[in-house]
Write a protein that binds this ligand. Structure first.
Ligand SMILES: Cc1ncc(C[n+]2csc(CCOP(=O)(O)OP(=O)(O)O)c2C)c(N)n1
Ligand SMILES: [Mg+2]
Length: 832
């Protein structure tokens, strides 16, 4: 009874509180008691099954031998290092096995997500008991030897981790980093009308920003075409060392919070196992039936409206059924139960005895037969085959994944007659491509964006499908709102929730595309990290089928955020991406619309990667026909002949670029250099696939040293104009032969409300700086280039002065294009 002693909390109710839309109904002690949900026999069995789970969970944390306690417990049976989290585990198993009862009763198609994934023992235990674990890992069989291995490998070097890692059959949510359980659950439910996603949410996890926003997902679930999500808030009162906020507010306040979020909360509160089994059985069944009713009504009427979905608040003690006190300190029902409740068992005989008493309190001899297998009467409680949550294919979504039906991306090409002479918004054609992908894949493709799909010029998608909206409508929404209850474009101003939805959608075997502003993609830095780790771990698990790559378009980029200012200028996400395993991460910087289309097509076909595509949405110069774009993207980087004049000889300098604006500025520098130094041999290299720069030993896309030396020379100056922070290029190339001559320009945190050229100048990626860099670094120009350098510097100052006077760039700078035929600069180039 963990809430009774709390100051300010209302008296705990012994039965469920039911709330609906119109009125709030309380069944309190005065109401006639409803008949028990479980018969005596059912109650006995479900409790025995739970005892088996709890026994295994504790065994995993402590034991390396004597798994069934067939002999008195000795120090040598105990692991040397005690690692794992007991506190949340009994609650997780409790929920899991009550779900099992209903899966069997109603033939439910259900997956289980443990928000507090650190409670893996509470999930691994039932997955072992229902046999799926041993099917995936035959050396952890359902016998004494298998159980010993199962115990030993948990949280053990060479074994498995202590969370619901990818090694856990039935897991699609590790729960190592807290906050993403609800958004993952919704992603899994989308377009899976028969699926019930049960998600346990830690009360500590609920304090995180991502989780708080994710409660709003209930307004983004279409009861006709989507499955259901049943959140179970695990109100065990504590985190690692602290009470949780939600457990120290009054019952009414908590109830109002969830009603306010649009849910219908049902409370299951208490600590007596028999009583709690009855309450949970009744409440869970009520929720399942309520979900079915909502779905049936919507599906029968054909009208999708917003539902007040049920959720459960399970208020039970942390470390339930574990030691009540250790050395005079309260443990069960307190934060001390979080990890290993009895830590000194190897040194302290009293602790060892207490551990043995605790383990024996589950009466393992009644639960497992002579061989060590769960007795048949209990075995029969679990669902069978892939109805087991540990074997449900939705949690190994690659098994269900079908490749996208993609239109031919070449059909969306921008016409390019000559390089660098016309402009287009780079993301517009991509929007049309995505629109038709959507049309072809109306059950398995969604597009995600934080209120920015139109801003990012991808709004052609709305011709195929609108934005999903199930909250209220106003008449004016009809005028350009692009909202619909069956929309497939997911927009909410929570990058966390969107990323979580997308991850959940991909992990269950579908496809998606996420576009977001460059500076705010940092909001999901940590989620990116975690997903990359998940993918990397999956690489070692042959039973996990490949899932679609996570495709992230980073747009509204730093160089065109001159109008939004400093806060909107941050290209640093790429620095994070390169930290992650080269086996799962890709970065592309297509310089124009056709290269962007080509890259996007490639990414949408790929599996098991995170593809990061950087491309701005504004008008930019177009360089490549589609055929040229395909060749360039296939190579990943390459010499641009029209900008190079070193054919057949060694260049004096290599100018390289990665990104749309840096490419334009570098090309403008090339022209100015040609005008000033007609004999200067320039090689121009453009990089689309950033990892081509890394050594081939470090990344599968890396160039061999020989190829790198051929392109970038062994000893000539390289001026590299980069989209992001300059040191990233050094990081990728520091081992290359010619690294000492590599000079990188990029964003240097110099920004405000600028013009585009002023922003470029302040960060020294502009055409004048690049040209002056060349003069500084090509030995033959150092002396003779003095006049040109002066001239360039003066022009640069004039451009800034113009911007400060008129608020715009000089038209000839802004509208600069690569010279056409007959232009003097071009003629000079090709006559040398
Ligand atoms: C984002 C994040 N911050 C911090 C942690 C460290 N951490 C691990 S468990 C935990 C407490 C979790 O409490 P709760 O969600 O209530 O889980 P439970 O009580 O069920 O163990 C914390 C803070 C984490 N895993 N993730
Ligand atoms: Mg907790």
């Amino acid at each position: 009874m963990i809430r009774t002693a709390m100051k300010g909390s209302t008296k705990m109710r012994e039965t469920a509180t039911v709330i609906n839309d119109q009125k709030r109904i309380r069944h309190d002690e005065a109401s006639p008691a409803p008949p028990p949900a479980l018969s005596r026999e059912e109650l006995g069995k479900i409790d025995a099954y739970w005892r088996a789970c709890n026994y295994l969970a504790a065994g995993m944390i402590y034991l390396r031998a004597n798994p069934l306690l067939r002999e008195p417990l000795k120090v040598e049976h105990i692991k040397q290092r005690l690692l794992g989290h007991w506190g949340t585990s009994p609650g997780l198993s409790f929920i899991y096995i009550h779900l099992n009862r209903l899966i069997k009763k109603y033939d439910l198609n259900t997956i289980f997500l443990a928000g507090p994934g650190h409670g893996a023992p509470g999930v691994l235990a039932p997955s072992y008991l229902e046999g799926a674990y041993s099917e995936v890992y035959p050396n952890k069989g359902e016998d004494e030897a298998g159980m010993r291995e199962f115990f030993k490998e948990f949280s053990f070097p060479g074994g498995i981790g202590s969370h619901c890692t990818p090694e856990t059959p039935g897991s699609m949510h590790e729960g190592g980093e807290l906050g993403y359980s609800v958004s993952h659950a919704f992603g899994a439910a989308y377009d899976n009308p028969d699926l019930l996603v049960a998600v346990v949410v830690g009360d500590g996890e609920s304090e995180t920003g991502p989780l708080a926003a994710a409660w709003h997902s209930d307004k983004f679930l279409n009861p006709i075409r989507d499955g259901a999500v049943l959140p179970i808030l695990h109100l065990n009162g504590y985190k690692i060392n602290n009470p949780t906020v939600l457990s120290r507010i009054s019952h009414d306040e908590l109830e109002c919070l969830f009603v306010g979020y649009g849910w219908t909360p049902y409370f299951v509160e208490g600590s007596d196992p028999a009583d709690m089994h009855q309450k949970m059985a009744a409440t869970l069944e009520n929720c399942v039936l309520e979900i079915r009713r909502i779905q049936q009504e919507a599906r029968a009427s054909g009208k999708a409206t917003r539902a007040r979905w049920p959720m459960i608040v399970l208020c039970s003690p942390k470390g339930w059924t574990g030691p009540k006190e250790v050395d005079g300190h309260k443990v069960e029902g307190f934060w001390r139960a979080h990890q290993v409740p009895l830590a000194g068992v190897r040194e302290n005989p009293a602790h060892l005895k207490q551990l043995e008493d605790w383990l024996r309190s589950y009466r393992p001899e009644e639960l497992f037969d002579k061989t060590g297998k769960l007795i048949p009467e209990l075995k029969a409680l679990a669902p069978e085959g892939d109805r087991r949550m540990s074997d449900n294919p939705h949690a190994n979504g690659g098994l269900l994944r079908k490749p996208l039906r993609l239109p031919d991306f070449r059909d969306y090409a921008v016409k390019v007659d000559a390089p660098g002479q016309t402009t287009a918004e780079n993301t517009r054609p991509l929007g049309r491509f995505l629109r038709d992908i959507m049309r072809n894949n109306m059950q398995s493709f969604r597009v995600f964006g934080p209120d920015e799909t139109a801003s990012n010029k991808l709004d052609a998608i709305y011709e195929a499908s609108k934005k999903l909206w199930l909250a209220d409508y106003l008449p004016e929404d009809a005028d350009g709102g692009e909202l619909a209850p069956d929309g497939r474009v997911m927009e909410l101003l929570s990058e966390h929730t969107l990323e979580g939805w997308l991850e959940g959608y991909l992990l269950t075997g579908r496809h998606g595309f996420f576009s977001t502003y460059e500076s705010f993609v940092h909001v999901i830095d940590s989620m990116f990290n975690q997903h990359a780790k998940w993918l990397e771990s999956c690489r070692g698990l042959s039973w996990r089928a490949p899932i679609s790559s996570l495709n992230l378009l980073i747009t509204s980029t730093v160089w065109r955020q001159d109008h939004n200012g400093f806060t909107h200028q941050d290209p640093g996400f790429l620095d994070l991406v390169v930290n992650k395993s080269p086996d799962v991460c890709r970065i592309y910087l297509p310089p124009d619309a056709n290269t962007l289309l080509c890259v996007a097509d490639h990414c949408l076909k790929s599996t098991n990667y995170i593809n990061v595509i950087v491309s701005d949405k504004q008008k930019h110069l177009q360089y490549m026909t589609m055929d040229q774009a395909i060749a360039h993207c296939t190579k990943g980087l390459g010499i641009w002949p029209q900008a190079s004049n070193d054919q057949g000889v060694e260049p004096d300098v290599v100018i390289a670029s990665a990104g749309d604006i840096p490419t334009k500025e570098s090309l403008a520098a090339v022209i100015m250099l040609r005008e000033n130094f007609p004999n200067l041999k320039i090689r121009f290299v453009n990089v689309v696939d950033l990892f081509r720069l890394t050594p081939s030993s470090e990344h599968p896309h890396g160039l061999t040293d020989r190829d790198f030396d051929t392109l970038f020379t062994e000893d000539k100056p390289i001026i590299f104009n980069f989209h992001g922070y300059p040191w990233l290029i050094h990081r990728l190339t520091y081992r290359r032969t010619n690294h000492k001559n590599l000079h990188v320009r990029g964003y240097k945190e110099k920004g405000n409300i600028n013009t585009p050229l002023d922003l470029a100048i302040r960060n020294q990626i502009d055409r004048f700086t690049i040209a002056m860099d060349v003069i500084d670094r090509v030995p033959a120009l150092r002396a003779c280039g003095a006049h040109a350098k002066e001239k360039l510097r003066v022009m640069q100052l004039e451009c800034q002065a113009y911007a400060y006077e008129y608020g715009i760039d000089k038209p000839e700078m802004d509208g600069w294009t690569w010279p056409g035929k007959g232009d003097s600069a071009t003629a000079a180039t090709y006559s040398t």
